[in-house]
Write a protein that binds this ligand. Structure first.
Ligand code: FAD
Length: 503
């Protein structure tokens, strides 16, 4: 008889079970474990808990008699329940996406770990590419993936003659408009399984078994393969064309703009990255979407997403504890509770409300509003990572560590990025409509209306002056510090500030 196969909750697409793509034996019985301990350990966004449980239960319903779906306290209990306690039964599993889960499966006798399923680049290929002590740069990695997977290539040359069209993809939002007016993104309709999930979450919350943050409105992201394909189709057909141009812009009334909203179904394994980039390329070849948008989208998925996945394993377990800037401040209560209404700075309040209501924002609010606040105020990077992991529908250990420890908090001292990502209010003002109605002014460094991002930016440069002066990418910004006549006043004002007062 074929060995049973254990399916994790982020391995939900059909390709994970396909024997031709590294999956288990064709008719292997499937085990799924819904472990309460995962939810009880941390205070997740409720919409995220809802999405993951809904997706797992939908998958179980599809697999029907083939699956044993157990609800248990822990993974170990669940497996015992499904397979019989004490049985040293052999089991297969696809390579999990977190170190903790990988250790768990490796420690169990009789478990064979099959190759990971949700990515373009196998670990061994990356190891060969990264070997020989080369500097790991996204741009080099991305070009290598493009060539190897023949993505947007004309022979040996990149389609259109350029590898990187980022330059065309940094436009501020169109003036005087509060939305882009792009066709609506795909959104699901809930069903009985969602109702059951909501009922269970209510009950567990009432019993005090779990506690959540955020609002669990109607489900906003795909929970099945069919839904995920609808979302992908809608994006490629109607929204991809404008993806590039306003990729970095922010509008209060239009948080999604032309972003794909595909990170959640990708990270649940409902979509394979190859099908996403192939469909985008097909749209370009058919003349239905411009190159800057298609290249931008391919770069996000075949470049960034793959790169982050590989770096998670490459950097090792210690990476989680890196704190190169020695930031130790705890996260303030209003941030932990997603209390957007307590926040005065309009950009932060708006973005925090988006997280509270949907568990999602696009990359610039994550990096330049939320992450930048944490960096400027010196919050403990491990706690910031945990916060992102819990509060975002697409957050998983593998994707959080490089993005938050490295990209956003510079806690790795520059292994992942060449400089810290933070800015004063001027950047937010240029790229959004968030500063107009704000009580603060992006140009003000001191005084009543001093923008917390502008003041925070200079204070950050000052605090890490030596390190940043030695980095050629930030040296000029540090020279700017010396020309500030009001630096002393700015720092004194920040010291006087009530530590917990939300900006
Ligand atoms: P789009 O803008 O439409 O991009 C297309 C796809 O590219 C995304 O769906 C995603 O799969 C992929 N992608 C792009 N950038 C990245 C990246 N840096 N890492 C991984 N995938 C990427 N992404 C997550 O999937 N999960 C996270 O927990 C996560 N946390 C982040 C935290 C911070 C501080 C930052 C700066 C970025 C984070 N990202 C994360 C990356 C990015 O912000 C999201 O993938 C994106 O906003 C999701 O929305 P979308 O699907 O509309 O993306």
């Amino acid at each position: 008889a074929p060995r049973p196969h254990w399916l994790f909750g982020d391995q939900l697409g059909p390709h994970f079970l396909d024997p031709r793509h590294g999956g288990p034996d064709a008719d292997a019985p499937v085990v799924m474990v819904e472990a309460r301990s995962v939810l009880a350990r941390r205070r997740f966004h409720r919409a995220k808990a809802h999405l993951v449980l809904s997706a797992m239960r939908h998958r179980a319903a599809e697999l029907g008699d083939r699956v044993t779906y157990v609800r248990a306290g822990t993974y170990a209990d669940g497996l015992a329940k499904a397979l019989g306690r004490g049985s040293a039964q052999e089991l297969t599993v696809r390579h999990p996406t977190s170190r903790a889960a990988l250790e768990f499966v490796r420690a169990r006798p009789g478990v064979e770990v099959l190759p990971a399923g949700g990515f373009l680049v196998p670990h061994d290929d990356f190891a060969r590419w990264a070997g020989g002590g080369r500097t790991l740069r996204l741009e080099d990695f991305y070009r290598w993936v493009r060539v190897r997977h023949e993505l947007l290539m004309d022979g040996d040359e990149p389609a259109g003659g350029r590898w990187n069209l980022d330059h065309d993809n940094r436009e501020p939002p169109p003036r005087g408009r509060d939305t882009l007016g792009a066709p609506e993104p795909w959104r699901p309709a809930e069903d009985d399984i969602d109702a059951e999930v909501r009922h269970d979450l209510d009950r567990w919350e009432r019993d005090g078994q779990v506690s959540f943050v955020g609002r669990d409105g109607p489900r906003l992201f795909p929970a099945t393969r069919r839904e995920a394909l609808s979302a992908l189709r809608r994006f490629v057909t109607y929204r991809l064309g404008d993806f590039g141009r306003y990729e970095d812009a922010m509008l209060a009334a239009d948080p999604v703009l032309s972003h794909s909203l595909l990170s959640a179904p990708l990270n649940l394994g409902l979509l394979h990255p190859a099908e996403c980039v192939e469909r985008a390329e097909a749209a370009y070849r058919a003349g239905e979407a411009p190159l800057n948008s298609v290249e931008g989208f391919v770069r996000q998925i075949a470049g960034w997403r793959e790169y982050v996945w590989q770096l998670y394993w490459h950097f090792g377990e210690d990476y989680r504890h890196r704190n190169a800037l020695r930031h130790r401040a705890p996260l303030p209560g209003w941030f932990l509770d997603l209390d957007a209404d307590a926040v005065t700075a309009n950009c932060l309040s708006t973005v925090l409300a988006q997280v509270r209501d949907t568990g999602w924002t696009h990359h610039i609010p994550r990096l330049m509003v939320l992450g930048s606040r944490a960096l400027q105020d010196g919050w403990d990077p491990a706690a910031v990572t945990d916060w992102f992991h819990r509060c975002f529908v697409d957050g998983y250990d593998w994707v959080m560590l490089p993005n938050v420890v490295g990209m956003s908090q510079y806690a790795d001292g520059g292994r992942m990025t060449t400089k810290p990502y933070t800015s004063g209010g001027a950047y937010i003002h240029r790229m959004s409509d968030l500063c107009g109605p704000c009580a603060y002014r992006p140009t003000d460094r001191t005084g009543e209306r001093a923008c917390p991002y502008t003041a925070g930016y200079w204070a950050f440069l000052h605090r890490h002056r030596d390190r940043l002066a030695a980095n050629h990418r930030t040296a000029r910004a540090v020279q700017g510090l010396d020309r500030l006549k009001d630096l002393g006043e700015l720092l004194a004002e920040r010291d006087r500030r009530d530590g917990d007062a939300p900006p």
